[in-house]
Design a protein around this ligand. Structure first.
Ligand code: MRU
Length: 368
C-alpha cells in the first residue's frame, strides 16, 4: 500500500540482495523509520521486540531469519538452532511455525551449497503468497460490504469496526481484515472504520489509523470499551477482525479484547467476521479455548503509555500506581459459535470443523 503516495511493503530485500528491510513499527505513527536485518539474532529481536508484528508478517520475517542464519552457517545444526531461536520469539501466531516448517522443508534435503538460494527463493514465495492470499480475501469479503452499502440511504456510510491492526502493516501487503475495506473504498463505496485503540500497545490507534489515513479511508479511533455502545446505537454495521490462529473447530484467537467485541456483536445481532489466511489455520489444535497458548507480555506495557509530547519528544509515562500488580494477556479466543463467518482466500465459510476441512483439505490432511 502507499506511504506518502509511494507503494511500500512491510518487508523487502535490500539492494544488496540479501539483507532484509522492515518498517520499525514501534516508531509509528509519529515517525516512519526502517530497520535493516542482517543476522538471525536481528530478525529474532525484530519479532520479539515487536518492530514487526501481526501474524503473517511474523511468519515472513521468520522465513528471512532462516535465510540470514544459513548465510552464516548452512549446516543442519545451524538450521535447527535458527528454528529453535525463531520459534521461541512469540508463542501465539501460528504463522510463525507454519513459515519455519515451510522453510525447513525447502532446504533440509538439499546439499549445503544450494541451501541459501533455496531459502531466499522460498522466503520470497511466502511473501508473494501472502499478498495473493490477502488480495483474494479482499475479493471474498467485498460482497459483504457491498450488500450493506445497498441497504444504505444516499449519503450514508458503511461502518466497519475492527480491532488491533490486521492491516498491511501486519502482513506483507494489503492486510487481512483491511483487504475488503480497501477494496470497497477503492471501488467507490463510502466506507468508514471504527478502529479500537487496542491497549496496551495501541496497534489500532497507532497503526490501523495511520495506514487507513495513508490510503484515505475515513476512520475514527475509539477507546477499547466503546464498541458495545456504538453497536447498541446502530453505528456499526459489521465487525471484521484478523486472527493469529484459528483452531480446527473454528475458535478464533486474536488480540486481547476481540472476544468482548464478538459478545457485543452477538447481543446486537450484528455480523462478526474474521479474515483468515490459510497459513493461520492450526489443524493440530482441536479446541482453541483449551489449547492455544496465550502470550503474556511484560507489565510495563500496561503500566505505562508512550506518546508524543507537545514539544515533539516521545515520552513514556506511568499510569498505574508503583508496585501495583499488572497482568498482560496479549490474546484471547473467541468461540466459533460467536463468529458469523471466516473470510478466506477461498471464499466466506462457516467457523466450523467441517467448513474448514472442506475448504482446506490439503492443510487438514497434512495435520492428520
Ligand atoms: O501482538 P500483535 O500486534 O502481533 O497482534 C496482532 C493481531 O492480533 C492481529 O489482529 C493478527 O495478527 C492478525 S494480522 C493480519
Amino acid at each position: 500500500m502507499n506511504v506518502d503516495g509511494k507503494p511500500t511493503r512491510s518487508i523487502w530485500l535490500e539492494p544488496d540482495g540479501w539483507s532484509v528491510g522492515v518498517i520499525d513499527q514501534t516508531a509509528l505513527p509519529h515517525r516512519f523509520a526502517t530497520a535493516r536485518l542482517s543476522t538471525l539474532d536481528e530478525a529474532a529481536h525484530a519479532i520479539r521486540a515487536m518492530l514487526i508484528r501481526g501474524a503473517p508478517l511474523i511468519g515472513a520475517t521468520a522465513a528471512y531469519g532462516i535465510c540470514l542464519a544459513l548465510r552464516a552457517d548452512a549446516s543442519d545444526a545451524a538450521l535447527d538452532r535458527a528454528y529453535a531461536t525463531l520459534i521461541a520469539t512469540r508463542p501465539t501466531a501460528i504463522n510463525l511455525r507454519w513459515a519455519l516448517d515451510e522453510m525447513t522443508a525447502a532446504v533440509r534435503n538439499r546439499p549445503r551449497t544450494e541451501r541459501i538460494a533455496a531459502a531466499y527463493r522460498r522466503a520470497g514465495e511466502i511473501c508473494e503468497q501472502d499478498v495473493a492470499i490477502n488480495t483474494a480475501i479482499g475479493r471474498s469479503g467485498l460482497p459483504l460490504i457491498e450488500a450493506i452499502a445497498r441497504r444504505k440511504k444516499a449519503g450514508e456510510r458503511v461502518n466497519v469496526l475492527t480491532h488491533c491492526n490486521a492491516g498491511w502493516l501486519a502482513a506483507v501487503d494489503v492486510g487481512t481484515a483491511t483487504a475488503p475495506i480497501y477494496l470497497a473504498h477503492d471501488n467507490g463505496i463510502a466506507v468508514h472504520v471504527f478502529a479500537d485503540e487496542t491497549r496496551p500497545r495501541n496497534q489500532g490507534a497507532s497503526l490501523t489509523a495511520w495506514e487507513l489515513g495513508q490510503h484515505g479511508v475515513p476512520h475514527t479511533v475509539i477507546a477499547d470499551n466503546t464498541g458495545g455502545h456504538l453497536m447498541q446505537h446502530g453505528l456499526v454495521d459489521i465487525v471484521i477482525v484478523g486472527t493469529d490462529r484459528v483452531a480446527a473447530n473454528g475458535d478464533v484467537c486474536n488480540k486481547i479484547g476481540t472476544y468482548l467485541k464478538a459478545l457485543a456483536a452477538r447481543d446486537n445481532k450484528l455480523p462478526f467476521y474474521v479474515a483468515l489466511p490459510s497459513p493461520t489455520i492450526d489443524f493440530t489444535v482441536a479446541n482453541g479455548i483449551a489449547e492455544i497458548p496465550i502470550e503474556e507480555r511484560g507489565a510495563d506495557e500496561v503500566a505505562t503509555m508512550t506518546g508524543r509530547a507537545a514539544d515533539g519528544r516521545i515520552e513514556t509515562v506511568r499510569v498505574v500506581p508503583e508496585h501495583t500488580p499488572v497482568a498482560n494477556y496479549a490474546f484471547d479466543v473467541t468461540p466459533a459459535r460467536l463468529v458469523t463467518g471466516l473470510i478466506t482466500e477461498r471464499g466466506v465459510i462457516a467457523a466450523s470443523r467441517a467448513a474448514l476441512a472442506g475448504a482446506f483439505p490439503d492443510r487438514a490432511g497434512a495435520a492428520q
